[in-house]
Design a protein around this ligand. Structure first.
Ligand code: HEC
Ligand code: HEC
Ligand code: HEC
Ligand code: HEC
Length: 488
């Protein structure tokens, strides 16, 4: 081991997590953070360019990761799996941090609001996009921030993921060139306490991983409160514990348009899966691989802020600890990816069939009572599929965990389809039923009743008319001083 950060670290200890704690910790009405005028957050990234040129330039070069591939066009099954939910319209693979504002504006899921009070999404959709978010929470309080439609903050959240998301930029330490890592989002501080990793008391290793846990985590919007973001970690961070939490509080993200199952949308539990993998358990953090220390031309060592694929900086990442060649390790990771993808697709196929079979059962007159167990099994199976699919880099961070999660999902999908087969026979439906052709995204959108052209036209209009107004207003307020978020 070439690096000295491993010895003093503790993996998340599930036995320490208070299993009765969800009532105690998930904030109730009136328990959200109030405005905090003492917390000064400078969200304008360009202001740090002059004093910290190496960190700034490497941070800005996240703009080199430009590919925005559509995941659902590559795999139209997802359009069926998310039937009745905005993800069925548009879902891209992630790209560089520099594009977070651009992409949340452009994604069809945020629709085409015409003013501050229209559009399909709530304020919470800005929450992992940049340092204007902790700034607004400090100014408006959590309730003030989370209440209202997404378009409310169009002229406020304009700086992409940056310095003040991870650093206490107003501190003396930061002025002295030290990291001064900080978490400024109250819901993240609460979640870290729930897993017995309170940020202030954590060592440097844990704090380094925690800054990524601002955003690379599973979360939900608490509709019983102010639609605020909550991480469902009160029973643990593994797939079973979070499912149990959601079942107990009776939460669903949406009802599926075909099967009527009460669905969960897993977000991106990257931090959670990493913590259960070999590297997480050994105290090798996101920073060791995604933000290595490097030497500048002037000989000074600094943190490379171009967060991207660690293989691109192999000598300062993997090679610090491993003797194998780049090619060998790359091949190992590629093999894990292939194996996981293969079983993941099998689970998707099972789930697609189950949604259509459930629809056929409803159409044949099945009752809520008959369908209950099958729908719960669909919910659990898809939660497990999505936990693995949305864990970006899961094949690298915890390949064994991914395989186990998918296997348990296949098991629950089998439960669902066994129940459905019995219900369909009881209602004298000929089996196998007719499954529609969803072999392309265009076909799948048609089957699911989505008019994609209409969505795209409305979005184009929004980008042409509303977005320039947002930029203009943000400039007038001094929030945008140099570059506007790119249009594409
Ligand atoms: C996603 C989180 C994140 C963002 C965004 C971020 N940093 Fe950092 N920064 C880190 C981490 C992690 C370290 C290393 C901490 C450690 O060594 O323990 C670091 C280290 C630093 C340091 C200490 C010296 C060094 O290079 O190690 C400075 C100064 C710094 N960053 C400036 C900036 C500036 C300026 C920006 C905005 C342009 C920025 N950072 C954006 C996470 C971030
Ligand atoms: C404020 C929220 C936030 C923080 C903090 C954050 N990320 Fe991200 N990250 C995102 C979002 C959002 C995207 C997707 C951006 C897009 O596609 O527009 C992303 C994308 C990425 C990607 C894909 C990059 C690419 O080029 O494909 C990696 C890798 C990543 N983040 C790692 C990290 C690591 C490691 C940390 C901690 C040092 C971190 N992130 C901190 C929100 C965040
Ligand atoms: C041991 C090294 C290592 C650690 C630790 C690590 N990662 Fe990664 N991560 C990688 C590699 C390598 C890839 C790319 C895998 C590939 O090429 O298929 C990756 C991929 C990703 C991606 C997907 C990027 C994309 O474009 O799809 C995200 C997001 C990410 N990591 C975030 C994190 C976060 C957040 C943490 C900490 C909680 C973390 N990683 C810890 C090595 C690491
Ligand atoms: C800071 C040190 C460190 C860095 C950096 C690091 N690793 Fe590791 N890696 C470890 C340790 C420790 C283990 C566990 C060894 C054991 O249990 O014997 C490990 C285990 C592994 C394993 C086997 C376990 C598994 O999850 O399949 C693979 C593969 C691996 N690392 C790949 C990588 C790759 C690829 C990178 C760079 C992207 C990387 N590592 C970066 C320390 C590191």
């Amino acid at each position: 081991m070439a690096q000295g950060t491993l010895a003093d670290t503790q993996p998340i200890d599930a036995s320490k997590v208070d299993t009765q704690a969800e009532i105690k910790y998930a904030p109730k009405k009136g328990e959200l953070a109030t405005p905090n005028p003492d917390l000064k957050i400078d969200s304008v990234n360009e202001k740090f360019a002059e004093k910290y040129p190496r960190q700034y330039d490497s941070w800005k070069s996240t703009n080199k990761s430009t590919a925005a591939d559509s995941a659902i066009e590559q795999d139209p099954r997802m359009i069926v799996l998310w039937g009745g939910y905005a993800f069925a319209k548009d879902y891209n693979k992630p790209r560089g941090h520099y594009y977070a504002i651009t992409d949340v504006r452009n994604i069809l899921r945020t629709g085409a609001p015409t003013d501050a009070n229209t559009g399909p999404q709530p304020m919470a959709c800005w929450t992992c996009k940049g340092p204007d978010v902790p700034r607004l929470i400090a100014e408006w309080g959590e309730e003030g921030y989370f209440t209202g439609k997404w378009a409310k903050a169009g002229a406020e959240v304009v700086n992409s993921i940056g310095c003040a998301d991870c650093h206490d930029t107003g501190s003396k330490d930061f002025a002295d060139g030290k990291p001064a890592l900080r978490i400024a989002r109250p819901h993240v501080l609460r979640a870290l306490e729930a897993i017995d990793k309170p940020f202030e008391q954590s060592d440097r290793t844990d704090q380094r991983a925690a800054v990524c846990a601002n955003c690379h985590v599973e979360y939900y919007f608490d509709k019983t409160n102010a639609n605020n973001v909550v991480f469902p970690w009160y029973k643990g961070v593994d797939v079973d514990s979070m499912e149990k939490y959601y079942d107990e509080i009776g939460f669903k993200d949406w009802e599926h348009s075909l099967s009527k199952a009460p669905m969960l949308k897993t977000q991106h539990p990257d931090f959670e899966t990493w913590s259960m993998g070999t590297h997480g358990k050994n105290g090798v953090t996101c920073i060791d691989c995604h933000m290595p220390k490097v030497q500048g031309e002037d000989g000074k060592v600094y943190t490379n802020h171009q967060i991207g694929n660690p293989f691109d900086a192999f000598e300062s990442t993997c090679a610090k600890c491993h003797d194998q060649s780049k090619q060998t390790l790359k091949q190992t990771v590629a093999n894990h990816k292939k194996d996981i993808k293969e079983v993941m697709i099998k689970l998707e196929d099972q789930l697609v069939s189950a949604h259509f079979e459930a629809k056929a059962a409803w159409d044949a007159g099945a009752t809520q009572d008959e369908m209950k167990d099958a729908l719960q099994a669909i919910r659990h199976a898809q939660w497990r599929w999505d936990y693995s699919a949305a864990s970006h880099g899961g094949h690298m961070h915890a390949p064994d965990v991914m395989l186990k999660v998918i296997a348990s999902g296949l098991d629950r999908a089998a439960d669902a389809r066994r129940e459905l087969a019995i219900i369909l026979s009881r209602h004298e439906v000929k089996q196998p039923i007719d499954y529609p052709d969803i072999s392309s995204a265009e076909k799948a959108w048609k089957v699911m009743g989505i008019d994609i052209e209409k969505e795209r036209q409305a979005k184009d209009e929004f980008i042409k008319t509303i977005v320039p107004e947002w930029n203009k207003e943000a400039k007038a307020k001094g929030l945008l001083i140099n570059d506007e978020p790119p249009v594409k």
